[in-house]
Design a protein around this ligand. Structure first.
Ligand code: PLP
Length: 522
């Protein structure tokens, strides 16, 4: 009875926070517009008004952050458990956290034995818990330091330990850190560590802390090892990737493509990437239409797309994929010899694979990311989703080398066009701008959705380019893409955009995107 009352109360609180967030988003947007009206204060009074507006914007942003933390805390239920190798998961999170760690002067050392048995985890939730602990360690070591992550096996438990060399905690603080709304950090919601504990306990595990002031802190997580019978098919990794070559299903590692295949030799091929959300393809019709358009544009005929779509759906069901991506590639096939013109009788090669999706952008989506600008050296038909991606590959590597998530292509006239694998949006004078569809950009499917969502939310909108010289006046910048979703950008080549935080328009569209993805999955 008490339990049921608690559940009802929690649902009510969740609904209430959602409602408040909707209003906060309108409030934030209006404050943003107001602050832009006062962009160049003429008088002392204007300056004071602008300061007050900016203070209100800060408070509004904080309320949104606290609400998000609250919702994350409340959401820990109905776990989707899968056998997972802890080593791979830790490695993935450390890799993902790498740029933040480097910036904060943190050295992360990982010692996870390769032969640990798999544990049953809700991957998304457990990654969230790990990320919270990594961020916690970063905050504890504000002047840099060392974080050691170790895992070991006890007879019935898998033990994961995180040790930092940060400022440590008193016994009193230690006794309170897992309590909701307790925080030693100004502006902290006090829900990070309680969420971690809730996630660990929801997995049947336990978390404990030991700490010494000025020495550091050690968190120990114990996760139950499932009985051997329960993990019969577990391989210590997550769900296996399933490929399909010309209608034949096989593991990805077994796919063989002939050396004379024109996709391999000339990049004579087109591709798509589709997202699966909670077991359902998201925006599949739009992706298949774009694939049809790309095939048509490079004159590959004879591909039965409805049949391919059916095969993809069957593969998703057979593999019980939940959060996944489908990669599709169609090449012109193989000729009798290597020659540039189309071979007279080649049969297109149809390949796709469905792979579990591990979201690399979780933190960047929350706090914003950095990009770099590179010259656009691509061809004149960027509207075709072809596998000829060398300029994009070089641009993405330049971004990685610069510690950025993405590279933005710049045209000769200074126009910022799109990313190496994302579409680009900016907010200028309160208006949302993105390049119009043309030969110069890929007609992004996420871009199309975001334009619809912006229109529905009555966000002033214009399909028009902006230039590098506009950046100082741009208040918000974000990227869109199938895997990046709506990704806030807060720095371009080291220069801050707006107030250096994801802005209200971006937040609103992130939420609208999430809702659209949830709705397909329902
Ligand atoms: N622009 C380019 C050049 C891309 O390669 C991509 C995706 O790969 C995008 C934009 C984003 O498109 P979508 O939203 O369809 O993933």
């Amino acid at each position: 009875m008490l339990q049921q009352q608690f559940v009802e109360l929690a649902e009510l609180a969740g609904g209430f926070i959602h409602e408040i967030k909707n209003h906060l988003s309108t409030l934030g947007l209006n404050l943003q517009l107001l602050s832009e009206d006062f962009g160049q204060p003429q008088s002392q009074r204007d300056r004071r008004s602008l300061e007050r507006i900016q203070r209100l914007q800060g408070e509004c942003g904080r309320l949104v952050d606290v609400s998000n933390d609250f919702l994350r805390f409340a959401r820990v239920k109905d776990l989707e458990l899968q056998p997972v190798g802890l080593g791979a998961l830790v490695e993935e999170m450390v890799d993902f956290f790498g740029p933040t760690a480097r910036q904060a002067n943190l050295e992360i050392k990982v010692y996870v034995p390769a032969d640990l048995p798999p544990v049953l985890l809700d991957q998304d939730l457990f990654k969230q818990a790990l990320l919270n602990l990594l961020l916690n360690a970063q905050q504890a070591m504000s002047a840099g330091g060392e974080l050691t992550i170790q895992a070991a096996r006890e007879p019935d438990w898998l033990v994961l330990v995180l040790i930092d060399t940060g400022k440590g905690m008193t016994e009193e603080v230690q006794s309170k850190i897992f309590r909701p709304f307790f925080s030693t950090r100004p502006g902290g919601s006090g829900l990070g560590l309680p969420t971690v504990r809730k996630i660990v306990e929801a997995h049947g595990g336990a978390i404990s802390v030991e700490s010494e002031v000025s020495r550091g802190t050690k968190f120990t997580i114990r996760l139950p090892i499932p009985p051997a019978s329960a993990n019969g098919s577990a391989k210590g990794t997550s769900v296996e990737t399933i490929a399909n070559l010309n209608g034949k299903q096989m593991p990805l590692a077994e796919v063989m493509v002939p050396a004379l295949d024109r996709g391999f030799l000339f990049g004579d091929a087109v591709y798509e990437v589709i997202r699966i959300c909670r077991g359902k393809p998201f925006l599949m019709a739009e992706h298949m239409q774009r694939l049809a358009r790309s095939l048509d544009a490079i004159r590959i005929g004879g591909v039965d797309l409805p049949r391919m779509e059916q095969r993809i759906r069957e593969t998703i069901a057979a593999g019980k994929f939940q959060e996944a991506t489908v990669y599709i590639q169609v090449t012109r096939g193989a000729g009798a010899k290597r020659a540039h013109p189309f071979p007279p009788q080649a049969t297109p090669l149809e390949l796709f694979w469905v792979q579990e999706f591990v979201d690399p952008y979780l933190e960047a989506r929350q706090h914003g990311a950095a990009v770099t600008v590179v010259p656009d050296i691509r061809w004149d038909r960027c509207d075709i989703k072809s596998t000829n991606l060398l300029p994009n590959v070089l641009a993405a590597q330049a971004a990685k080398d610069a510690g950025c998530v993405e590279a933005i292509f710049i045209e000769k006239d200074g126009t910022l066009c799109e990313g190496s694998h994302t579409s680009l949006f900016g907010v200028l004078d309160g208006q949302l701008l993105t390049a119009p569809n043309s030969n110069a950009i890929l007609p992004g499917i996420t871009r199309g959705l975001v334009l619809k969502l912006a229109e529905r939310a009555k966000i002033p909108l214009r399909e028009h380019v902006f230039k590098q010289v506009d950046l100082p006046k741009i208040s918000e910048l974000f990227l869109t893409g199938t895997t990046s979703e709506v990704l806030p950008i807060v720095r371009v080549d080291g220069e801050q955009i707006g107030d250096g935080k994801p802005g209200p328009v971006t937040r609103r569209l992130q939420e609208a995107y999430q809702q659209a993805a949830r709705e397909t999955a329902e």
